[in-house]
Design a protein around this ligand. Sequence first.
Ligand code: CP
Ligand code: NVA
Length: 322
Amino acid sequence: MTESDPVTRHFLRDDDLSPAEQAEILDLAVELKRDRFAVQPLAGPQTVAVIFDKSSTRTRVSFAVGIADLGGSPLIISTANSQLGGKETPSDTARVLERMVSAIVWRTYGQAGLEEMARGTTVPVVNALSDDFHPCQLLADLLTMREHRGDLAGQTLVFLGDGACNMAQSYLLAGATAGMHVRIASPAGYTPNAQVVADAASIAAQTGGSVELFTDPVAAVTGVDIVITDTWVSMGKEEEKAARLADLGAYRVDAALMAHAKPDAHFMHCLPADRGFEVTADVIDGAQSIIWDEAENRLHAQKALLVWLLAQNSQNTSSNAA
Ligand code: CP
Ligand code: NVA
């Protein structure tokens, strides 16, 4: 089948999941963390293509291991030595891959490429990081917050630094979906996309969460449960490095800034980190930091996502056939 199938579920941005669906996937992740080999929907093995336009350690390893845990076979593709992005469009690539693989996971630059790939295929497409969003990371982060702090609804998180980066924008959408209070602290020129803020606010209005933008880092951190930052120089922004380091200096997470959060607050970072820039070593390597659980949870959260997407799409296929 080569036509776009409107019932196929994809995961291109955090708000592709409803609040109930997000919670269901997190519950499943808890079960899979308890018993890594509990379900094997990819037994056969079926293949999942995992494509990288950008570098990766955690995403590459967690998808490769997770697909194998689910009984499947990961096919890791670097676009540097494939036709995608050079000679071939995302939709043509998708139409070829769907004949052979059960799902496509793609780390890329523009969100539009992911949307084109999803339109062009009947197998689930998963965003493994784009310039705009990092939704797989957010599932892992929400799982980690749940483990360390309990129910997500009503908790307050703050993301400091580049508010226009993929992590900040994913916190807005995923945090609002979870009913959390999401604060973004960034200087002028680094604020999140206005449409993403509006989308998050509209989700928060349904879930009891909220969305707030700050310029003052101290005001933003005051009283929060979770303090989060990310590199100031995301992949693709390397040419702006000097300006970014100068512009974002006031948003560095250090012990003095952490002291404004709740006394039992946690620190999170998706990694890789630049110690001494967005966060000081004493904070990221200190007692409040939960970064290693956060990194491990990529595995469990993404497995749950794949199991859920494959189940959704097989239900859709059977109800279409009925
Ligand atoms: N956090 C994250 O996505 O890490 P990688 O770039 O190593 O995959
Ligand atoms: N914002 C970072 C996240 C890396 C996992 C980047 O896009 O490079």
